[in-house]
Design a protein around this ligand. Structure first.
Ligand code: HEC
Length: 143
């Protein structure tokens, strides 16, 4: 049985130790080599792609990292899944792309705009998801 003083020391010591471990792990998480989002690789095409993503409300139908709407395929790993050529065809198509039944908006993007969006997807694709790489598409027929 601990005396009252021993119990207090044990409590304060334990609290202090776990607090210090927590602070150390927080610093480690934000350190340079832990840059899981590759922020140093950000360049102008990626930023332009992100702006196109925002301006055209792609999240009204799609998700990235699970954020967005569940009408259309999840796009976090779309580069892996479909390849750049397929994505470019979807983005530049003059008619609604809908091989799986639901319609993608026919944005008819220019080659340069499609390249910017692909740069953005490529960057997202490279984010280290701590092994959580199997982001499931809401479209059952889609793999
Ligand atoms: C009105 C809803 C809607 C909006 C808004 C929308 N999409 Fe789509 N998109 C879809 C649907 C539905 C599909 C799947 C079509 C199919 O495969 O039949 C799709 C497919 C795609 C694909 C191919 C994904 C795959 O796995 O086959 C890409 C890439 C894509 N969209 C990008 C975008 C981008 C970029 C934007 C914004 C500029 C956007 N979408 C906005 C509905 C939408």
């Amino acid at each position: 049985m601990l005396s009252k003083k021993q119990a207090r020391t044990f409590f304060l010591g334990g609290t202090m130790l776990t607090f210090l471990i927590f602070i150390a792990l927080t610093i480690y998480s934000f350190s340079g080599e832990q840059d899981q989002a590759n922020t140093l690789q950000l360049n102008e095409p990626i930023v332009r792609g992100k702006q196109l993503w925002e301006k055209n409300n792609c999240m009204g139908c799609h998700t990235i990292l699970g954020e967005g709407a569940y009408y259309a395929p999840e796009l976090t790993k779309v580069i892996d899944r479909r390849g750049k050529g397929y994505i470019k065809a979807v983005l530049m198509s003059p008619v609604s792309w809908a091989p799986n039944g639901r319609k993608m908006v026919a944005y008819g993007f220019t080659d340069a705009e499609a390249e910017d969006l692909i740069a953005f997807f490529d960057w997202i694709d490279d984010i280290d998801l701590n092994g959580f790489d199997r982001v499931v598409s809401p479209l059952a027929k889609d793999k």
